[in-house]
Design a protein around this ligand. Sequence first.
Ligand code: 5GP
Length: 142
Amino acid sequence: MTAYDMDNIFAKILRGEMPANKVYEDDEVLAFLDIMPRGDGHTLVIPKTPARNLMDIEPDALATLIKGVQHVARGVKQAMGAEGITIQQFNEAAGGQVVFHIHFHIIPRWEGVRMRPPASEMAEPDVLAAHAEKISAVLNAG
Ligand code: 5GP
């Protein structure tokens, strides 16, 4: 199995060495917006423990992570007024994985609106900030 790379971008975000539009955080997971959103409000959820992908994460850590994904997906759907949510998760380069710290994509969807292609366009920083504020307000209410 390939070793975990401590210098991947998401490890740097976790260590506070790279900025991110964070929307939710607890002891186990961190959620932040994707910089190249495939849909408005596209959010990534990652575990705080190092794991490369679905193949090497401990089952208990995966169970905790998917609970976090459900919690964040509910909040994202409400905050963005989405009609549906697409969840994606890629493993290894051949499987479409680009960043080698396991993550789930939460992509808000609306009838008749196509997902943008992966890695197609960087979102404007002020647009990301506005979406992050909306989602964070729902996920961190009360
Ligand atoms: P995957 O590894 O599942 O193919 O996707 C990695 C995702 O991370 C892509 O959707 C890409 O847009 C996103 N991404 C790549 N670099 C950064 C970054 O520095 N910050 C954030 N927030 N997202 C990133």
